[in-house]
Write a protein that binds this ligand. Structure first.
Ligand SMILES: C[S@@+](CC[C@H](N)C(=O)[O-])C[C@H]1O[C@@H](n2cnc3c(N)ncnc32)[C@H](O)[C@@H]1O
Length: 286
């Protein structure tokens, strides 16, 4: 019950998301008429990540867990000067929020990958013409297929030890010179309510996962920018960031959100130590 109550609030206090929610008039309360009931959320919280999203899928777009339009717009705006791009991949696509970013930037085919059948079913209804692959992103089945990969709201579902497999898979999925981009929130100051909300959420999750099987991996504080940057670099990416100033600034003037830009070497340069280049396919029919 603690988790159910904390989730919408935790999402709300994440810097930048609240700005996106407010500016787009997104119906953020979980218990809105079209959102999931308390019972449905409880069932989801007691499931695995995959099973939980299968259950939530029909109502996911009426929860605060879908990435808000403000974040999507800011990301697309930051990526546009770096394009145009050819083929695009949304990693952990869910119901397809990031597909709208890809559609506005990519001239080639766009594709979403997720391991929840329920989420993919919703996404394919919302984005006819796109391609869909059901796969665990810790073992992405692509090689040299995409010019741009994006991901929204998913890193917290992976344990830190699992990130290298994800990043190696995205590196492999990109063409030489391809770009992997995703927004990250600035850390909360320890004096803010948000800091303690996220800490409390993660602690509650650890208790839940110690007591209940299957685990539901979702932690907010396991992917700080420096750790993510190190893992991307170890996978072979050249990493930079740009501020997403449209999502606001903290009191000290620093941006609430940054967009991580991880570029695969243009060719003949460095290959990731833990990658397995040459495996996989270019995607499945949509
Ligand atoms: C919070 S939702 C975000 C969905 C969408 N990107 C958005 O921003 O609205 C997280 C998504 O990640 C997917 N996911 C989590 N872990 C995954 C994994 N290991 N492999 C594939 N998909 C995963 C879930 O099924 C879910 O659809």
């Amino acid at each position: 019950m603690l988790l159910i109550c904390a989730w919408p609030w935790v999402r709300w206090v994440i810097p930048g998301l609240s700005a996106g929610l407010a500016s787009e008039g997104y119906p953020w309360p979980v218990f809105s008429p079209r959102g999931p009931s308390v019972r449905e959320l409880a069932m989801q919280a007691l499931s695995s990540v995959e099973g939980g999203y299968d259950l939530l899928a029909p109502k996911f777009d009426h929860t605060p867990f879908r990435t808000p339009d403000g974040v999507l717009h800011a990301t697309a705006g930051a990526l546009r000067p770096l394009g145009p791009f050819g083929r695009g991949l949304d990693v952990c696509c869910g119901t397809g929020a990031g597909m709208r970013v890809l559609r506005s930037l990519c001239q080639g085919r766009i594709m979403g990958v997720d391991f929840s059948t329920g989420m993919l079913a919703q996404a394919s209804r919302a984005h006819p013409g796109a391609g869909w692959v059901r796969a665990d992103v810790r073992a992405l089945p692509f090689a040299g297929a995409f010019d741009l990969a994006v991901s929204f709201g998913a890193l917290g579902h992976l344990l830190p030890a699992e990130r290298p497999a994800l990043f190696a898979g995205v590196y492999r999925a990109l063409r030489p010179g391809g770009l992997f981009a995703f927004p990250v929130a600035a850390p909360q100051p320890i004096t803010s309510g948000g800091y303690w909300a996220l800490l409390g959420f993660d602690l509650a999750m650890r208790v839940r996962n110690a007591l209940w099987r299957p685990p539901f991996v979702m932690y907010y504080r396991t992917c700080p920018l420096h750790a993510v940057r190190n893992d991307l670099t170890a996978s072979g990416f050249a990493v930079t960031t740009v501020p997403l100033t449209a999502l606001g600034r903290r009191e000290d003037g620093s941006p609430r959100y940054r967009l991580v830009l991880a570029r695969r070497a243009a060719g003949g340069e460095r290959e990731p130590g833990n990658g397995r280049a040459g495996r996989g396919h270019e995607g499945l029919p949509g």
